[in-house]
Design a binder for this molecule. Structure first.
Ligand code: ZN
Length: 213
């Protein structure tokens, strides 16, 4: 047990208790807009000048869109499946899915593409649903590693295919436009489950097809 984890809450002074409840309460839209105005003032600009009128509202609406995934349930997108596929039993792959996310460390874009495949076990899913699952996890604050794992594990656990493979190749603007500023660097992450993990030939086929993109 660490000194911070006493298992007791009764000793927390009153002013701290109130700051905890403020932190967990979801702020209102106008509070979020005020935070954007504060940031604009902090960077040295004037939120009241002509060009910035309404910016605080637009930024909050934009973030609503960037993070719409928090209100979605990706597992539910894979509920509807089809079994009439004439015994089709090979890899199903969706290539070059445009992927837009935001890094959870700097709140700047992660832009790239994803390639997903699964080996069906009788059931297949509407192909656009795979892209929707990517979107749903991408439109949150993310790390690329977490995103890759979440997509693979969700498809594996809901659709229950013989295996899932995913490769994401993306550029992180926190690295390309700031910090070390390496504009051409992209990050590649992969996750394999089931037969894609155990069958190296199958894994190689997937990687070859992904590279064609
Ligand atoms: Zn970052």
């Amino acid at each position: 047990m660490t000194p911070y984890d006493t298992g007791e809450t009764k000793d927390i002074p009153e002013d701290q208790t109130s700051s905890i409840s403020t932190a967990t309460r979801r702020p209102s839209r106008s509070e979020a807009e005020a935070a954007v105005e504060l940031l604009l003032r902090w960077i040295g600009d004037d939120p009241a000048r002509e060009g910035l009128v309404g910016t605080h509202e637009r930024v909050v609406r934009a973030w609503e869109e960037f993070c719409v995934g928090y209100n979605e349930d990706p597992a539910s997108m894979l509920q509807r499946t089809f079994e009439e596929v004439e015994g089709y039993d090979d890899m199903v792959m969706l290539r070059n899915i445009r992927m837009e996310s935001h890094c959870e460390h700097h709140l700047v874009p992660i832009l790239g593409s994803a390639h997903i495949a699964y080996m069906p076990d009788r059931r297949v899913v509407g192909i656009s649903k795979l892209a929707r699952v990517i979107d749903s996890f991408a439109r949150r604050l993310q790390t690329q590693e977490t995103l890759t794992a979440q997509v693979a594990e969700t498809i594996q656990s809901v659709l229950q295919p013989k295996g899932v493979a995913i490769l994401i190749d993306a550029q992180h603007q926190c690295m390309t436009t700031r910090g070390v500023r390496k504009p051409d660097v992209s990050m590649v992450t992969t996750r394999f489950t089931g037969v894609f993990q155990t069958d190296t030939n199958l894994q190689r086929r997937f990687l070859e097809q992904a590279r064609l993109g």
